[in-house]
Design a protein around this ligand. Sequence first.
Ligand SMILES: C[S@@+](CC[C@H](N)C(=O)[O-])C[C@H]1O[C@@H](n2cnc3c(N)ncnc32)[C@H](O)[C@@H]1O
Length: 372
Amino acid sequence: MHPKFLDILCCPETGESLVLREARYDRHGMVRAGMLASASGRCYPIVRGVPRFVSAEHYAGSFGFEWTRWPRVQFEDQNTGRPMAGHTTRMWERITGIAGDQPAEIAGKTVVDFGCGPGRFLDVVRRKGGVAVGIDLSVAVDAARRNFRDDTDVLIVQGDLAKPPFKPGVFDGGFTIGVLHHTPSPQAGLAAMARTLKPKAWAACCVYPRGDFYDFPSVARFRRLHHLLKPLVGYRFAMGWSYVAAHVIAPMLTAARRAGWRKTTDYIEQHILVALRLKDVRWRILDVFDAITPDMASTHTSQEVLQWMKAAGLGVAAVTPWCPTSVAGVRTASSGFLSPVLGGEGCGEGPNVGRRPLSQIEQAKSTKTVAA
Ligand SMILES: C[S@@+](CC[C@H](N)C(=O)[O-])C[C@H]1O[C@@H](n2cnc3c(N)ncnc32)[C@H](O)[C@@H]1O
């Protein structure tokens, strides 16, 4: 970490400021090792350039494994000239509603990513001219730090997003994409992120939508199988299936669909086999593994996400065009909604329903947890 980030960090237990002790620097002025200490005597180590506010990955171990194995597959520079080129940037832009090269919301601003994994979206923030801060519970933070090794404008911390080690009101914007449904309380996670934002800062949240791929009975069955076998074979079953699904099953399903067997392939995908028909085989492997290994995963409705936003004091501007559970807003001084600003076209690719008037958003159903 670069020492300039000390100003935004605090003790996650007490909120006290932290001081740097026993720091060892590299030639870029980055702290590679040392200690962060609070006045009341709490100490947090900095290991391999990452301040550590938790001593274990807890329920996020599968992600530590996943991102250590595939740390850059979803980064833009790994996809130039390949089938998924531009996907990560497009996804981020559609979820946040912020587009362009150096947008005012990002350029020169400090933006936080709650649940950054190896940092594909931090990379988008950097490309758009922002200072990027990421927090993750798993050892994905080591992959993230390696991905931004000498970048003094990136801070990565290992911590629990429900108890973030950031002072209140320090960020100009914040987002959490594909993360909160893997935590025990998505609403508490979003509220924790909101507290770290300045008044009028922008915020975006995207979670698994109810009834989509992650709710398929086939996915639930493969998760159960993985968790049954994990004490015996670790991640070998999930790895093996991910490669078979990506190299064999997905191409067969694609061919069958082209031959007109749409109903049959839908049934197989939803009820029997987990496979994704993404265009790049590396993404297919990664995303099947990601779907069948988490310890905790839930799906949600738009209405639920809107309620979390409201409770967190985030005025909702729009359900953004990525999926029904992708919502962007603005931190209001106190709790409450801003007037909805809606409209625009639905876009073509991926899970995408287009912008939808709030009045059309489906009614809340109870949160369904599919913990394996
Ligand atoms: C599916 S990955 C998404 C990573 C990244 N947002 C992306 O889309 O590339 C979910 C991430 O959330 C992290 N995570 C889960 N629970 C967390 C928590 N309580 N605090 C911080 N990170 C958490 C996991 O470690 C994992 O890296």
